[in-house]
Design a protein around this ligand. Structure first.
Ligand code: NA7
Length: 550
């Protein structure tokens, strides 16, 4: 510990957790239950994480709500009632506030406080955590619940500082209503955020210009209110739903595809795609087992969606610009409400910025190589520095003062053990870190698994009077290799997406999501714990204890 840290240290805790979203809130709940003094630091002035920040028009979840919640408490599951299949952001935020109230979580959360640095002190075997108010606290355990998509990406557009209109980023939307009535609005980006916002802003504004770099595959969400009977059944089936969530591949109950898209007749294939399109949601993605692994199977799904775009969009030149060509599903598959239909409105125009790139932001709007577009407001729906971005925003340093940034060597060498731990960083746990199933699963399901595994490990340590736990280098290497092998067998690694880091200029391209499935991953983590935390080394104050039992 430096003398400055010592002078500014105001408190010490058993555990410090960063973030008061789904991860941090449940982590706090579990650690408190285990009797540990815990403090959560949260930059926002309220709970919610992703759902606190992403308040843009049309923001909603793309997992079905009855599965997109905690399942650790049956009482909580029964008390909360979702209004519709894919609820909007305000309802999800209300749910998270409901959870915070129910479990009285706020008393241990310090809001409007950002963690700037966390350094492991080898003498005291504690983490020294520096906050943006200049103070420092210490903790035995340091846990990040910072989410995978919390570091927003605002590309460096020349001239943004000269722009006289208002501009917004979807990931940091104002808390008061932004009124686009009568305005000429431009939106840059057509990922999930852009696709959700475009129909809503188009309906409100005088004119909306969409600046599209990559056309996207999107399927209708077919959102609808839930009826009382459906909700009653879900609540009655709580235990079965919970079991299915935990054992499933994607973290939500779903039919497991057993057929290849190539083994059925063209008519059967089309019928399956049509059925998924009519039901709405992510069904096309899971209609056949080889959509994400076989280019030919993938092309069938891709061409089906292209045919839908051609049939929905009435202006052929606009439809043509909207046709995606990358492997379907290798960027986040999007679900929408009237996205393609919006391009039939007279007040919407589409600009292809791959063909005619944005040159600069001017005082009046956006200039592409095609010309200047005058705009009263610009919305940047340009996404996030995903997976590693939120972690690397802080100065996290493990043994010998080595930072996470140095360890991961600018992304060349990003490796973790199970996406939860890092060799060289004792008593540091990441909730849904790189190389866990995270964003390719129903997030609350993955979060609950991680939080429970971490709190079990901490309880094990406390019961056995262990001082430190650290992932072994060889276990970490083996896990990272396994992750890469699973990913390389799919088409996911081929896309320029935030999954691969390709959306951030200069970021090393790596696919940092474990694709083995939520159920299989859970089983692996459970086995590791049952085998005495295989791949981890624990230390008492004196001699090390090898956790590894083969
Ligand atoms: P995404 O999915 O990363 O989408 C960002 C969009 O912004 C995408 O269309 C990008 O085009 C576009 N973009 C990014 N930089 C630029 C520049 N410099 N010029 C033009 N266009 C650009 O972020 P979202 O917020 O929509 O969604 C993130 C996740 O949140 C989503 O997947 C869900 O899991 C929830 P590109 O495709 O890179 O050509």
């Amino acid at each position: 510990m430096t003398s400055k840290q010592e002078a500014n240290q105001i408190a010490s805790f058993d555990a410090v957790v960063i973030g008061a979203g789904f991860s941090g809130m449940y982590m706090l709940y579990r650690l408190r239950e285990a009797g540990l003094s815990t403090r959560v630091y949260e930059a926002a002035d309220g709970v919610g994480g992703t759902w606190y920040w992403n308040r843009y028009p049309g923001a909603r979840c793309d997992s079905e709500s009855i599965y997109y919640n905690y399942t650790f408490s049956e009482e909580l599951y029964r008390e909360w009632t979702w209004s519709s299949r894919y609820p909007e952001q305000p309802e999800i935020l209300k749910y998270l506030n409901f959870v915070a109230d129910k479990f009285n979580l706020r008393t241990d959360i310090q809001f409007e406080t950002r963690v700037l640095a966390a350094h492991y002190d080898e003498d005291s075997k504690r983490w020294q955590i520096s906050l943006n108010d200049g103070t420092c606290v210490s903790a035995k355990y340091f846990i990040t619940g910072v989410g995978c998509l919390s570091a927003s990406n605002l590309p460096k557009f020349n001239g943004l500082e000269n722009y006289k209109g208002d501009w917004y980023h979807t990931g940091h939307w104002p808390h008061t209503k932004v009124d686009f009535t009568g305005k000429r609005v431009g939106i840059v980006g057509t990922g999930s955020s852009g696709v959700q916002a475009i129909p809503v802003i188009a309906a409100e504004s005088a004119h909306l210009t969409v600046f599209q770099r990559t056309p996207q595959y999107s399927a209708p969400a077919r959102n609808h209110p839930y009826d009382a009977e459906y909700i009653r059944e879900a609540k009655e089936n709580f235990h079965e739903i919970k079991k299915q969530i935990r054992e499933s591949a994607g973290g939500a109950p779903a039919e497991v595809p057993t057929k290849s898209a190539l083994e059925v007749t063209p008519e059967e294939r089309l019928a399956k795609f049509e059925e998924a399109w009519e039901v709405g949601g992510q069904g096309i993605f899971t209609s056949f087992y080889d959509i994400t692994v076989n280019p030919e199977a993938n092309e069938h799904a891709a061409e089906f969606i292209r045919s839908k775009i051609r049939s929905i969009v009435t202006k052929p030149d606009v439809a043509e610009k909207l046709l995606p060509t990358y492997f379907y599903g290798t960027k986040r598959p999007i679900i929408d409400t009237d996205y393609y239909e919006t391009y039939n409105r007279d007040n919407v125009s589409l600009v292809d910025v791959k063909k005619n790139p944005i040159v600069e932001i001017t005082e009046k709007g956006i200039r592409t190589t095609e010309g200047e577009f005058e705009l009263d407001a610009i919305v940047f729906a340009t996404g996030f520095d995903g997976m590693t971005g939120p972690l690397l925003k802080m100065d996290i340093r493990g043994k010998e003062g080595v930072s996470l940034k140095e360890k991961w060597n600018g992304g060349e060498n990003t490796r973790t053990y199970l996406g939860v731990a890092n060799a060289g960083f004792p008593n540091f746990f990441m909730i849904t870190g790189p190389e866990s199933p995270s964003v390719l699963s129903n997030m609350p399901a993955s979060i609950e698994q991680h939080v429970e595994w971490v709190s079990d490990c901490i309880e094990f340590m406390e019961e056995n009077h262990l001082e430190t736990v650290e992932a072994n280098v060889d276990a970490e290497e083996a896990w990272s290799k396994h992750c890469a092998e699973v990913a390389d067998a799919t088409l996911f690694t081929k896309a320029d997406s935030w999954y691969t880091g390709a959306n951030i200029p200069g970021k090393t391209r790596r696919f940092l999501i474990y694709l083995g499935g939520v159920g299989a991953y859970r089983q692996k983590c459970t086995e590791i714990a049952e085998n005495g935390y295989e791949g981890f080394t624990f230390k008492k104050t004196t001699a090390p204890i090898q956790g590894s039992i083969k």
